[in-house]
Write a protein that binds this ligand. Structure first.
Ligand code: GLN
Length: 194
């Protein structure tokens, strides 16, 4: 049985652990390089990507994360996690670095002030049984993608879910709904990679 980690530096870690368990996966928090070495796949939660980035440096995690993602470890980022997986951020704060892994440019807080949080039904390629409930909280969107990136979902004309190789990312938060289909999809990706 593969082990799935949830990057536990900052963000909604507990919700992802609960959703992964409900999806039938063995899951645990990952804070240190030794813990990262012990997992077969990794979820990067929602939260605040600038803080997450700083903490990743502080905990000596940035390079180990980059190495594992580069080596093809299945990884799934939600919201701030999607930002962490972007090769490029539009107008990054001067100190904001990402892990990278997906050839895309993202725009943080893209859906704007009056819509900082909202829910919408989202058709997600690869997930059967009807749209998922997309919970968007100060969510990014994907501004542009490279040729190897598959667009899995759009909302309001903007890309909100992508996959490149073993890296999956959504602007929204399936871990905050009772619907575990996206976590099941990721669990399958980890099993297939094993
Ligand atoms: N706006 C946050 C960021 O830029 C992401 C918000 C979230 O993860 N819900 O990191």
């Amino acid at each position: 049985e593969p082990m799935i980690g949830v990057l536990a530096l900052q963000g909604d870690v507990r919700e992802h652990l609960t959703a992964l368990a409900a999806a039938g996966a063995a899951a645990g928090p990952v804070r240190r390089p030794e813990e990262l070495a012990g997992v077969d796949g990794l979820v990067i939660p929602g939260g605040e990507s600038t803080t997450m980035s700083k903490l990743a440096h502080l905990f000596g995690m940035m390079e180990p994360l980059r190495e594992r993602v580069r080596a093809g470890m299945p990884v799934y980022g939600t919201c701030a996690g999607l930002i962490m997986l972007a090769d490029k951020i539009l107008d990054p704060r001067s100190d904001q670095e990402t892990i990278g892994g997906i050839d895309m440019i993202v725009r943080r807080n893209a859906f704007g002030r009056q819509n900082e949080s909202f829910e919408a039904a989202v058709e997600l390629t690869g997930v059967d049984g009807g749209p998922v409930e997309g919970v968007f909280i100060r969510a990014p969107w994907v501004e542009s993608t490279g040729a190897d990136v598959r667009i899995l979902a759009q909302h309001g004309g903007h890309v909100v879910a992508v996959r490149q190789g073993n890296a999956l990312a959504t602007s929204f938060h399936p871990e905050l709904t009772g619907d575990h289909r996206v976590h099941r999809l990721f669990t399958e990706m980890v099993r297939d990679a094993g």
